[in-house]
Design a binder for this molecule. Structure first.
Ligand code: 6PG
Length: 235
């Protein structure tokens, strides 16, 4: 499992930004699926501040690996978080943003996003292929919005599924494992001591690692960018 370790989120963000520059220079179009939650916020802030003129942002199409079924103006919305920390600070056009319509019902949002992906993302082995899949990991080992109690969603034949947060019951739309693992490249962004136990179990293949959706991500394609807190329990 490839990993790079950083003292803090700022150093991690600069490393990620340099990777994005390299990727954007190699391709005419880059289809990226973003993660949500809190970890990306610092990374997006650094990208907006330090990489505004280093990347041709018109080349990048922005999707999400998962989204909460809330309006795009809701504090819980991954789209809103990304808009505030990234899109509003860069010359990114609306036509390069492909969001899950969280204002719809879960089923309608899911069907709509599946159509958006089918219409815009090329396929490889008859499965949509993202150039870059950015993932986070919850402290329960979930990734995207596939939680341990719904592991069956990982193996769904559908491009996306409606998921349910195990504690809040919040409905979400998530990419499924076949799409996630079909990506050209996958980057995990994992920071904080609250992730250390699951990082240990996944990297050491110990404990309940097989029950964590994050463990199902294709390690051959995956680079884990982590801070020292997240790896603090690794031998
Ligand atoms: C979401 C995510 C989710 C997230 C992890 C980690 O919508 O919440 O996409 O998979 O990446 O829960 O979240 P934090 O970065 O907030 O720890």
């Amino acid at each position: 499992m490839k990993k790079e370790i950083f003292k803090n989120k700022e150093e991690l963000s600069l490393y990620f930004g340099d990777l994005l520059v390299k990727l954007a220079n190699e391709k005419d179009v880059l289809n990226i699926a973003l993660s949500g939650g809190s970890t990306p916020q610092t990374i997006f802030d650094v990208l907006a501040k330090e990489y505004k003129d280093k990347i041709d942002w018109n080349k990048i199409n922005f999707y999400w690996g998962d989204e909460r079924i809330v309006p795009p103006t809701d504090a819980e919305s991954n789209y809103r978080m990304t808009k505030e920390h990234l899109f509003d600070k860069l010359p990114i056009k609306d036509e390069n943003i492909f969001r899950v319509k969280g204002e719809l019902s879960p089923e309608e949002a899911n069907a709509d996003y599946i159509n958006i992906i089918k219409e815009n993302i090329p396929s490889k082995n008859e499965v949509p292929v993202f150039d870059l899949m950015i993932l986070g990991m919850g402290d329960d080992g979930h990734t995207a919005s596939i939680f341990p109690h719904e592991m069956q969603l990982w193996d769904s034949e559908n491009i996306c599924e409606v998921a349910t947060h195990p504690i809040s019951g919040q409905k979400r739309v998530t990419l499924t494992g076949g799409v996630i693992n079909n990506s050209e490249q996958i980057i995990f962004l994992v920071t904080g001591s609250n992730k250390a136990e699951k990082v240990k179990e996944i990297f050491e293949k110990s404990g309940d690692h097989k029950t964590y959706p994050a463990f199902r991500v294709d390690s051959a394609k995956t680079l884990w960018l982590m801070d020292e807190e997240a790896i603090s329990l690794l031998k």
